[in-house]
Design a protein around this ligand. Structure first.
Ligand code: HPA
Length: 268
């Protein structure tokens, strides 16, 4: 099976998921949604072909609101992937969402972003939709359950196999960034029912839905959201950047173990 993997903050080392001895190739996929081709790292793992996109570019410098989500999803669709697993870094809002250093497999999100190219149905390039196998006439894709139920449950089973503790469901707020939130914004997100907050799950998940690709997200809680961190021994709230230094690597190691188990199970 061909599996699309889209990695965000800290996921640069994921090509170490390859089978020992398997080559890691870099391929460029031209899409109709960007001038430049999308660079995809491809390797073999447990009998599957993994196609990995670094969401923020090879130099990790593309901010969340400038990521070309359409080109990424189009590239994976053109390359024949059958499902997408996204890796996201998020801040923890509620205790239910999980503490920093843990993973959550969200089942819902709320999109607070604006101004992003968020649909293939923009009324202009419909003929390009046909090239992607997407119906050319306007579709209002259903998003009641925006993160694929079967894929999420396979990921959750793999977490058990891998012995990786995950929060099995929750709602992710998607903010515009790149600045982090104010404490008042986090209070509002909590009142809205959000457990964690990130910047990239939308429009990525919606575009995957439009492209007919099952999509699930493994989100690493890499900090307490703004205003939520308990005070340290000196009575200060640690800065979010201090927390990232501590937790990004932990979450990535956990995500890596979870993905290995997922790919191995998929093989069986
Ligand atoms: N807010 C928004 N996005 C994030 C955060 C956060 O606290 N942490 C990681 N991505």
């Amino acid at each position: 099976m061909r599996i699309g993997l889209i990695g965000g903050t800290g996921a640069g080392f994921f090509s170490s998921l390859e089978d020992s001895g398997s080559d890691v190739d870099e391929v460029e996929i031209q899409t109709a949604f960007a001038i430049d081709p999308v660079v995809v790292t491809v390797w073999q793992a447990h009998g599957h072909r993994v196609l990995f996109i670094r969401r923020h570019g090879l130099d990790a410098q593309t901010p969340p609101h400038k990521v070309n989500y359409r080109a990424h999803i189009a590239a994976l669709k053109q390359a024949g992937v059958e499902q997408i697993i996204a890796l996201n870094a998020v801040g923890g809002i509620t205790a239910a969402g999980g503490a920093p250093g843990t993973l959550i497999i969200p089942d819902q999100y709320i999109d607070y972003t604006y101004g992003r190219e968020h649909t293939f149905y923009d009324g202009q390039k419909m003929e390009l939709c046909a090239d992607l196998g997407i119906p050319e006439s306007l579709q209002h894709v259903e998003c009641s359950h925006p993160l694929d139920t079967a894929l999420r449950s396979a990921v959750l089973q793999a977490a058990v196999t891998a012995g990786v503790a995950v929060t099995a469901a929750g709602t992710c707020a998607v903010m515009q960034g790149p600045r982090l939130e104010t404490a008042a914004e986090i209070d509002k997100l909590e009142r809205d029912g959000c457990d964690v907050v990130g910047m990239t799950l939308a429009p990525e998940a919606g575009l995957a839905a439009e492209a007919g690709l099952p999509y699930a997200c493994i989100a690493g809680v890499v900090n307490f959201a703004a205003g939520r961190a308990p005070a340290n021994s000196e009575g200060h709230e640690p800065s979010i950047h201090q927390q990232l230094d501590e937790w990004v690597a932990v979450c990535m190691t956990q995500s890596h173990a979870l993905l290995q188990a997922y790919l191995q199970k998929l093989h069986a």
